[in-house]
Design a protein around this ligand. Sequence first.
Ligand code: NAD
Ligand code: TDX
Length: 336
Amino acid sequence: MADTVLITGGCGFIGTNFVRRMLERYDYNIINLDKLTYAGNLENLADCGNNDRYTFVRGDVASVDDLEKVFAKPIDIIVNFAAESHVDRSIIDPDSFIRTNINGTFNLLEMARRKNTRRFIQISTDEVYGSLGSTGAFHEDTPLSPNSPYSASKTSADLLATAYFKTFGMPVIITRCSNNYGPYQFPEKLIPLIITNALADKELPVYGDGLNVRDWIHVKDHCAAIDLVMHKGETGNIYNIGASNEKANIEIVKLVLAILGKPESLIRYVTDRPGHDRRYAIDSGKITGQLGYKPSVDFAEGMRETVEWYVDNREWWERIKTGAYLEYYEKMYGSR
Ligand code: NAD
Ligand code: TDX
């Protein structure tokens, strides 16, 4: 019988892309456990609803009761995407980050230990390493030095996952990826926020001097790397994932404006994010050398396609940018 893979947070940006990849390429039975927070959107996977290998369960990784129900059936592999994922929200209201990212991961690890799950992939982030100066890159053994409540919660989850490997011999693997872009990203993150604001001729808020650097990877390449780790990765290991596309934020904003043919006068420099990490850069040498990983999406092409996706899927983001989103936007940017 085909294995059952539990994907948590499958209605979010990366989870959506990963669920699709798994259904397309393998005969796994997929259970998508998602709480459907503001960031989770059932519509993203509406076309998978008729697939009899796909089951959606609305539930909370921080609730042991919800997990007991899912684990009533055997689960072979867990891929844990579920998280509160936005740094700015973690600065305004960190509680849910502790609950989901730390307690949720702990609950999943405990459940996997009790049920002898064969493989546990913890989806982490390069933000656990903190901030770089103008040179160098994050390696898997770079000391952990998180600066935001978000990254501190992700670091805590990583430490729990590592402890479960060392103490209980649990088959845990951690991946740490750089900034993703691509279709279905919630328009609170830089790239979709800039694209959708520019399409509506709204101001584009750039934090600080706009020279903070992020290392961008297309979500498809991130999902391909997780797939490799899931099938070929060595238990107890950490794998950094990136695509060597370091860009200052202002370059990204100007690129989006150029693709859309919109004026740079839309740019507005605003008060910086507190504790704002200056630069991220990922060294993917380990996953490249050991597992044969190679990113496939050219950055310029990937950005053009991503902008096109938001142009073509206006209804998707216009529905999101109402009600609670507008309240969030006003709170975050209103008096900045
Ligand atoms: P996202 O915010 O788009 O999606 C998160 C999903 O998790 C949503 O569907 C949400 O409903 C669900 N969720 C939240 N709390 C939950 C809970 N308590 N129980 C069950 N489901 C819950 O996030 P994303 O950008 O897709 O990120 C996915 C994972 O990848 C996260 O763990 C994040 O830390 C990591 N990551 C993201 C990036 C990036 O650039 N976006 C980079 C590296 C790592
Ligand atoms: O309005 C904005 N203006 C702006 O200048 C926003 C939303 C962001 N920024 C800046 C802050 C960052 O330097 O752009 C950069 C990217 O910001 P985000 O999109 O919020 O991403 P970041 O903080 O880098 O974190 C992301 O990458 C790592 C994801 O949100 C995390 O989930 C992931 O772990």
